[in-house]
Design a protein around this ligand. Structure first.
Ligand SMILES: Cc1cc2nc3c(=O)[nH]c(=O)nc-3n(C[C@H](O)[C@H](O)[C@H](O)COP(=O)(O)O)c2cc1C
Length: 208
């Protein structure tokens, strides 16, 4: 065992500044993609697609787009929030050297997907579970992952050539890291900290 499961869960970090820029071992990449593919999925539909992106021009184009979206969000902030946000790094697109674009393809298992007839989003949930598997496996391998969502879906679809029925779900910055910080970046920069599980836990019925 590379790392105890609870240790991997605790050590997993959203990585932005710690990428070494070194190449990822292809065998490690294959293992973490295999872990993603072992995620549970509604009706065993495995509705995920992964596009690996290493071409510098594509990384550059995406980083430029994300930087514009950062400005869009920054413009919605005022006072202390605006000031704190200036310190927050939101991506490591160029530094990681590898982007994995994860898409949701609702057509992988035909029309009758067992368990999706009442909840269309169950397909999307499955893709997120694949991402979490990938993220934990990467952590156990000493590889950093940073989820970037500061983008317009049409832009990313066009960048990687998704057809209209595939929805982009994430751009993951993936690569070897110098270390994984103990404290999440958003907490470190004073944006927001993690709340205890008690804040989300209810017995029998939801209590306001
Ligand atoms: C759906 C999703 C989208 C996210 N988008 C971004 C993003 O665009 N930029 C970023 O820096 N972090 C992003 N994150 C990372 C979160 O900020 C991070 O998970 C959270 O602050 C907790 O920190 P930790 O993952 O290091 O524990 C995203 C995470 C998720 C799950």
């Amino acid at each position: 065992m590379v790392m105890d499961l609870y240790e991997a869960i605790g050590r997993r970090r959203d990585t932005r500044a710690e990428f070494t820029g070194g190449p990822i071992d292809p065998a490690v990449l294959a293992r973490i993609l295999e872990a993603a593919n072992q995620a549970p999925s509604v009706g065993m539909s495995q509705p995920w697609v992964f596009v690996t992106v290493q071409a510098p021009a594509t990384l550059e184009a995406f980083a430029e787009h994300v930087s514009q979206e950062r400005e869009v969000f920054a413009a919605s902030l005022a006072g202390e929030r605006a000031e704190t946000f200036t310190k927050v790094k939101i991506e490591g697109i160029r530094e990681s050297g590898l982007g994995i674009v994860v898409g949701y393809d609702p057509t992988t298992a035909g029309q009758q997907v067992l368990g999706r007839h009442a909840i269309a989003d169950a397909g999307l949930y499955s893709v997120c579970l694949a991402i979490q598997n990938l993220w934990l496996a990467a952590t156990a391998e000493g590889v950093g992952v940073g989820w970037v969502s500061f983008y317009r879906e049409e832009f990313l679809s066009s960048l990687v050539g998704f057809p209209a029925h595939i929805r982009p779900v994430a751009w993951l910055c993936v690569g070897p890291v110098a270390d994984l910080p103990e404290v999440p970046d958003l907490e470190r920069f004073g944006w927001r900290g993690r709340t205890p599980v008690a804040a989300a836990l209810h017995a029998e019925r939801y209590q306001r």
